[in-house]
Design a protein around this ligand. Structure first.
Ligand code: TYD
Length: 134
């Protein structure tokens, strides 16, 4: 398990004729216990969401519909871009990753999260994040 942002290719069960099912299971293909699931939708195409990092939270994020682009930055200054363009691709985000998110028209983001919601777990100020010494 790499502790850096990366795409996990989830299995697709099915066929083009019948359609597909993809399954996420805690401690199997998801490397944490899932405490929370949320989804976001109706995000306008010209809006950049995200703009935060988490102190502790780990996530796996899917575009269950549409296409979602993530730009990530870690505390060492490493940047990356990930395009979620298939419902079988999950983006693993460890803690301490700043992210900006762009959505295609009608994209739906599904997130599996390792913790319950806690506003204190967020860095919402970029300078606070950059200056953080774990
Ligand atoms: P945020 O995580 O900032 O979303 P995004 O990265 O998509 O911009 O959350 C947006 C708002 O929703 C913020 O006010 C916090 C609230 N929220 C909850 O109350 N519970 C949750 O589980 C999540 C993810 C967000």
């Amino acid at each position: 398990m790499m502790n850096i942002p990366h795409i996990i290719e989830f299995s697709k069960i099915g066929s083009p004729d019948l359609g597909y099912i993809t399954v996420a299971e805690a401690q199997k293909n998801v490397p944490f216990d899932i405490k929370r699931v949320y989804w976001t939708y109706y995000t306008p195409q010209d809006i950049i969401r995200g703009g935060h990092a988490h102190k502790k939270l780990q996530q796996i994020i899917f575009a269950v519909s549409g296409t979602i682009e993530f730009n990530t930055l870690d505390l060492q200054g490493n940047t990356d871009t990930f395009i979620l363009d298939s419902p079988a691709k999950g983006l693993y985000l460890p803690h301490l990753i700043w992210r900006d998110i762009k959505f295609s028209h009608s994209a739906v983001l599904l997130c599996l999260a390792s913790e319950l919601y806690d506003e204190k777990d967020y860095f919402r100020d970029f300078e606070d994040f950059k200056n953080y010494e774990p």
